[in-house]
Design a protein around this ligand. Sequence first.
Ligand SMILES: [Zn+2]
Length: 81
Amino acid sequence: MSDIKCKDMVENIMGYIDQELDQTTLFTLEKHLELCPECKSFVDTYKRMLSLSGDLKNQKFVTPDIRQRLKDILKTKLKPH
Ligand SMILES: [Zn+2]
């Protein structure tokens, strides 16, 4: 995974925010973020939504159901490349 597309960013956003990714994936995503303003704002939006819904460390509130819905919303915002 050396070159990723925006949809890969969306797929990995949860792991990225939760810092559950391995170093290689993390590095690849961060590289993409530097090059892609769309994904940068996507991550910012996601972080903001999470912080609105409570403490980032207290994620019990963010159930898998909510996450999936969030992901769907953001996916429709980003045009798949
Ligand atoms: Zn992108």
